[in-house]
Structure formats: structure tokens, C-alpha cells
Design a binder for this molecule. Structure first.
Ligand SMILES: [Cu+2]
Length: 113
């Protein structure tokens, strides 16, 4: 019965590859954030640089956000809900609320500024 051990190794290799891929997907380079599990809430102002309605994300060049210990940077947020992206235009200046949990950053409100 030599086939069984090989099958087990194959499954383990797939599981490991999946775990590595999942970690890579949430990586945000250039960010200094704690990995604490508690969600932090902040408010920022910035300029819309890109909008991806398919992915439900927007890229903002934002100023410092003290509440989440961020310096000014350009980054991509998930919009929650994605309908927040409706009517937004690249180049528009906005104020926004964001929730940060570990490596996850979501925008929960957008106001014209
Ligand atoms: Cu940022």
C-alpha cells in the first residue's frame, strides 16, 4: 500500500501552499501597523487616486491618521459597503472613516471635503 502515504503528502503540500497564498494576499507593503486583533477607527482626508468598482476598493493618497498611527501615504482600502464608491471620481478630495484590524483596512464612510 504505497499509494496512501504519497496521497497524504500531496494533501499536506496543498494545505501549506494555501496558507502561504492567504498570507501573501493580505500583505500591504509600506505600512507600519501592529498585528493586534482589536479594530481601530480613524478619520482621514485625502485624494482619490483610483477606483475599482469590480474589486470594491479605492486607492487614496491620505494624510496622517493619528488614531491608527499612520503617516501620510497612498494605499488601497476595501469599501464597506462597496456602494460607497458610487459617484466617486479620481482626483476628488474626500474625508473618510476607516476601520483597521491587523492588516485589514476598510473604509466605512466617505464625505465630500
Ligand atoms: Cu494608509
Amino acid at each position: 500500500m504505497r499509494a496512501i502515504p504519497y496521497a497524504v503528502i500531496g494533501v499536506l503540500a496543498l494545505a501549506l501552499a494555501g496558507a502561504v497564498a492567504a498570507q501573501g494576499a493580505s500583505d500591504m507593503s509600506g505600512m507600519s501597523m501592529s498585528s493586534a486583533a482589536a479594530a481601530k477607527h480613524g478619520q482621514g482626508k485625502g485624494v482619490v487616486k483610483a477606483i475599482d468598482t469590480k474589486a470594491g476598493t479605492l486607492t487614496i493618497q491620505h494624510g496622517p491618521i493619528a488614531a491608527v498611527s499612520w503617516p501620510a501615504m497612498t494605499m488601497t482600502f476595501k469599501a464597506k459597503p462597496a456602494t460607497l464608491l458610487k459617484g466617486l471620481k479620481v482626483g476628488q478630495t474626500i474625508a473618510f472613516d476607516c476601520t483597521v484590524q491587523g492588516m485589514k483596512a476598510e473604509i466605512t464612510a466617505i464625505r465630500p471635503n
